[in-house]
Structures are given as C-alpha cells and as structure tokens.
Design a protein around this ligand. Structure first.
Ligand code: ADP
Length: 631
C-alpha cells in the first residue's frame, strides 16, 4: 500500500491541527456536517438540472454514529460523494488561497486560533480530535468506491473499497483522553445532540442519530404502563434555515454562530441586518458587516458577493451583482422564491428581479450604516476605520457617479475635535464668515500638524480636516463641495484668510519686490512657477503651495504608482513677509545678488522637504548650507 505525502502547506496545517491549542475543538463537528450538507446540496441541485440524476429530496440525510467500544465517531451523508481524484485533490491539498498567509505565520503558535477560524480549514479540523481519519466515498453514478485514510502528517493512503451507496462516510478514531481534554465526550449522545443544536440546527437535511431512550410502553392487556429502553432514530436539527425562523425565536448568538460557521470567520460580525420584502419581488436577506477586514480583501483573490438561494436551495455561492463594490465587504445571503433554479451567471446579470433586490439591499445597507453612525458612534468609527477606504474608492470611481449616495458615510480626522468627524458635523460647526471646508494632506496627523500652512488657519479658529490616506484628496476633488461649501486645501495658493486691506498691502509689497522674486525664480530653475511673499504663515519662514488642480500631495501619490508617466504639480514658493528672512533677502538683493541666489536654492529645498518631497540636489544644498553657517 502506497503512502502519499500531503502537499507542503497542507502538512503544516495538519501539524497545526494535530497539536492544536485551540480550545474550541468541538467545531470539528459543524465543519464535517457542513461539508456533508454541501455535498447533498450539490447532488440535489444536479437532480433538479440534470436528467440522469434521480434522487428523492426526502431520502437525503446526514447520520452521526458514535461507537464507544471502537472509540469512533462516524458522520455519513448521501450527497454527491467523491471519486478517487477528488479524494486526492480535496483532502490531500488545501485549496484555499489562504495558504500563502499561512506560510508567514508558521512560527507563531498563538496564531493557530486565527488560522483555524480565518481560513475555514474545514475538513482538517477533524484532526484536532482524531488520531486517525478515514473517509469512505463513492461518487454519485460511479462504479467504484475508495477510502482515504490518514493518521496525521506522515501522509495518507487511498484504496479501492466496497461501498454500496453513493455518498461519504467519515470515520474518526478519537484521540486518547488527557487531563485537559476529554475526547470521549464526543461519543456521548447528549453531547452530540447539544453540538448539533448549537451549531448545525439550520442545516436543511435531517441530521439523524440512533438514540436510546426509555419510553412508556403499555402492557399487552393495555392496563399497565412500563418503561422500556428503546432505540430509535432521532432528528437532531430543526432544519429551518435561520433566516426563515421567526425573528422572535432567533437570538443574537444564533445569528453570530451562523455567521461564523457559514462565512468562516473567527470573529463575531459587527452588525447583523435581516430584512424581508414582500411584493413585486419578494425576498429575505440576512446580511452581516464583518468586524475586521478579510485577509485577502485587497487582493485579486477576493470576490465580493452574497449567497443566493431560491426557496432555501442554494443556487450560487457568490452572486457579485447583488453588491456594489463599495459595499463589497458585506457577507450574507438572499433567498427569493422568484428566482429560477436554472438561471445561469450570464442570465442573472440581466435579471430584473435581481437588479431590484440589489438596489434595495444597497439602500438598506446604507440606512443601517447611517443608523449605526447616529446611534452607536463607537461601532461606526470601528467600521469606518476598517472599511472606510472602500467607500472612498466608491466616491472616486465611475467619475463620482455614487458620490451623493456615499458622502454621508465618510469621516475625516478633525484638527479641533481630534477624532473622526462627518462632513455634516464639520459644516454645522463652521464659524461665521467661514465659507470653505478646509483640509490639509499628509502622511500622518502629526506630520500635517507641523505643516507651516496649517498654523495660520488654525489660529483663525477654523477646523481643518486632516487627510491622511492617498485616496482622500482625490475624493475631496470629486466631491467639490458639501452643503454648498467648497473644499479648500490650506496648502493651495488660493486660500486666503486676509482682509481686503491686508490683501492690498501684500499685493503692493509683492509688486515692489518683483525684480527680486524674478531673480530668485531664475536661481531656482524649473522647480517653481513663482516666488512671492505671503501672509499665510505665522511663524514659519517658507512653504510651497500648489497653483493648479494637481496638489503636491497628489503628485506624490500619482508618482508612487507603478506607471511611466510622472506628473508634476505647479508650485509657488511663498515666503513669510513678517519673518526675519524677508528682510534678509531684500537686503541681499541690494548688496549681494550672488548670495541671494544661494539663499533662494536653500529656501526652495526647505519648502520641498517640509512638504515631504525629495530634493534633486542634496549635495549642492548641503554644501550651500555649510558655506553659509561657516561664515
Ligand atoms: P471547504 O469545505 O471549505 O471547501 P474542506 O477542507 O472542508 O474545505 O473540504 C475540502 C473539499 O472536500 C470540499 O470543498 C469538498 O469538495 C470535499 N468534501 C469534503 N467533505 C465532503 C463530503 N462529505 N462529500 C463530498 N465532498 C466533500
């Protein structure tokens, strides 16, 4: 008999399972039952769509059989089964794309809890409680049956066996009990009943177990009543999908358990949304907002979508069309009696009912999020910190098509509140005479605080939104305004906080020093469009402002992206006219023009550095600075 090796990643995962410190080992049962139910789903679905598949819905069952003597627990289904190749591929390898992340975590023991939950390791969880796992399976319609067997990381065998019926039988030989862990509990009927009710109650096929109970039996003459031990089949689950149960009969725990099981999440959801609509198009939806980002959310592997059921029968695992990209993080399902079972992916896209459902769900998700924002700020901030970026992309994409829909959900960090605030909140606090929504961009809140341009706006008492994400400024540019208040970048040249008189004075001063600025501009070279005095700065000597639609921050973002075309923001070097440096340069213009040229280069380099830009000529600048301080 040939022993085959597991694929490297599977072996590692298996090791983890075998040596697991995961306390919630009991979940192995729900994983195996869930696989059995999926296998029956598959066969049932085929019976509805393929002529040669003839099965009766009533015959489907999942059977659990504990055997105390042999110390085995058997889970059997009459679903689609697996042929030899499928046994090999499905159980010898982990198909999940999560295996890449798994590699990075191999050294960290505590992480096994995360891994177990995160990647829905399914079948392998059997090894948390078993010293040996045997899978006997016969694919529907196949001649031959096979057994896959493994005692752990050493490998597995596959042999041909005799098996009459199609379906799969999983025989677990339970581990020996230890001080901490009583694996034999999983052979006790009461324990199995409890676990099925807790985790698998909604499974739509009967989960049966032969149980022994004392039953009252009438004596032959019908007079006396005796108790006798009898064995009979008990169906352990109610078989009603959770979304079809009366709302009053479902607890938050039930919803959470269902979510964690169904969507393989080790954490509870942040919010559960259940909604039913009767009418032109009828459906029930059970939606969840996860409390954390799926590990692959920003990779190509991630696929958004909701499960789609037609009257309780799963017809698609991830129906993308039910969710807009900006709500792609939502998990859940939709069950509608109006959908045909035979519908294909292409047809679904054009399906009128589906489009209506999608529109309604989008509205529902938005209103639930707004509700959270108003009633449970803490949760909303948590949500926004996790998924806000996705919604910002939603504002920006499609030329701002969805911006009005989404802008109420946005939050930005506020200079005065020192926390995330909404645009409505900002506008409601605007000072008299303030006609713009001020914002400043930078890598972090701390770095923005230090921007020279920020100081003066703050001094005027205006609130500033600090935009720290790459996408933020693009979002603001798409939004243009909120409640008729335009957005203004404090680092753009058109921000002015001056009175008319002050403006006039500054204009005059700049006019008078025109020749000096011309000389400075020439000394600097292509870098700046203009050099001038400003009132924008309080204590700082210089700043760089952008004069076009493209800001300095956007230049950084765009140029950090992998493409050939580099962009350049048009910038103005502004010098604080009340800083000592102003007099110094005026002086030099009269006395030493060569020296002024050097100063110009240094001032420009400083302004760039403050903006977080790199300078093209660091050696030259460093030499110039040394030359001046050595004097
Ligand atoms: P998942 O269920 O998340 O895909 P598992 O590791 O639990 O991952 O199972 C791997 C695959 O093995 C399943 O996708 C399925 O194709 C197959 N499988 C598992 N259990 C059964 C079963 N009882 N009947 C038929 N196929 C099964």
């Amino acid at each position: 008999m040939e022993t085959k090796q597991f694929k490297a990643e599977s072996k590692r995962l298996l090791d983890l399972m075998i040596n697991s410190i995961y306390t919630n080992k009991e979940i192995f049962l729900r994983e195996l039952i869930s696989n059995a139910s999926d296998a029956i789903d598959k066969l049932y679905f085929r019976s509805l769509t393929e002529k040669d598949v003839k099965v009766n819905r009533e015959d489907f069952e999942i059977r659990i059989t504990p055997d105390k003597e042999k110390r085995t627990l058997t889970i059997e289904d009459n679903g689609c089964g697996m042929n030899k190749k499928e046994l090999e591929e499905n159980l010898g390898t982990i198909a999940q794309s999560g295996s890449f992340a798994f590699k990075q975590k191999e050294d960290n023991k505590n992480d096994d809890i995360n891994i177990i939950g995160q990647f829905g390791v399914g079948f392998y969880s059997a090894f948390m409680v078993s010293s040996k796992v045997r899978v006997e399976s016969k694919a529907y319609g196949a001649e031959k049956a096979y057994a896959w067997e493994s005692s752990g990381a050493d490998g597995y065998t596959i042999d041909e066996i005799e098996k009459d019926k199609y379906g799969t039988k999983i025989i677990l030989t339970l581990k020996e009990d230890t001080d901490d862990e009583k694996y034999s509990d999983y052979l006790a009927e009461y324990k199995l009943e409890e676990l099925v009710r807790k985790y698998s109650d909604y499974i739509r096929y009967p989960i049966k177990m032969e149980v022994e109970h004392e039953k009252p039996v009438k004596s032959e003459d019908g007079k006396e009543e005796k108790y006798e031990k009898v064995r009979y089949d008990e169906t352990l689950n109610s078989m009603i999908p959770i979304w079809k149960k009366n709302k009053a009969d479902v607890t938050e725990d039930d919803y959470n358990n269902f979510y964690q099981e169904k969507f393989s999440d080790y954490q509870k959801p942040l919010k559960t949304i259940r909604t039913s609509v009767e009418g032109d198009v009828s459906y029930t939806a059970l939606l969840y907002i996860p409390s954390h980002m799926p590990y692959d959310y920003y990779t190509k592997e991630f696929k958004k979508g909701l499960q789609l059921y037609s009257n309780g029968v799963l017809i698609m695992d991830k129906c993308e069309d039910l969710l807009p990209d900006y709500f792609g993080f939502v998990r859940g399902l939709v069950d509608s009696p109006d959908l045909s079972l035979n519908i294909s992916r292409e047809m679904l896209q054009h399906d009128r009912q589906l489009r209506i459902i999608a529109k309604n769900l989008e509205k529902k998700i938005k209103s639930e999020l707004l509700d959270m924002l108003h009633k449970n700020r803490e949760d909303y901030e948590k949500f926004f910190t996790t998924f806000g970026t996705t919604m910002k992309f939603g504002v920006y994409n499609d030329l701002g098509l969805n911006k009005d829909n989404l802008k109420d959900l946005l939050m930005f960090y506020s200079s005065t509140e020192k926390k995330l605030v909404t645009l409505d909140e900002y506008v409601s606090r605007m000072k008299e005479g303030q006609d713009k929504i001020y914002y400043a961009c930078g890598e972090t809140v701390d770095k923005i605080e230090l921007l020279p341009q920020v100081e003066k706006v703050k001094e005027k008492g205006y609130e500033i939104l600090y935009l720290t994400e790459n996408i933020d400024e693009f979002v603001v540019q798409v939004l243009l305004e909120h409640k008729e208040k335009k957005f203004a970048n404090v680092c753009a040249n058109d921000v002015d906080l001056d009175t008319d008189e002050e403006k006039e004075a500054l204009k005059k001063e700049n006019e008078e020093n025109k020749d000096m600025f011309e000389l400075m501009k020439e000394a600097i070279g292509d870098g700046v469009q203009e050099v001038r005095f400003t009132h924008k700065l309080k204590n700082h000597p210089v700043c760089l402002t952008s004069s076009g639609a493209l800001s300095v921050e956007m230049e950084k973002v765009l140029n950090s992206m992998p493409n050939d075309q580099k962009v350049k923001a048009q910038t103005i070097l502004e010098i604080n006219d009340s800083h000592e440096i102003a007099n110094k340069i005026k002086d030099l213009f009269k006395t030493d023009k060569e020296e002024l040229k050097k100063y110009s280069k240094i001032l420009y380099a400083q302004a760039k550095l403050i903006e977080g830009l790199t300078i093209d000529n660091p050696t030259e600048i460093s030499n110039l600075v040394c030359e001046i301080i050595a004097k």
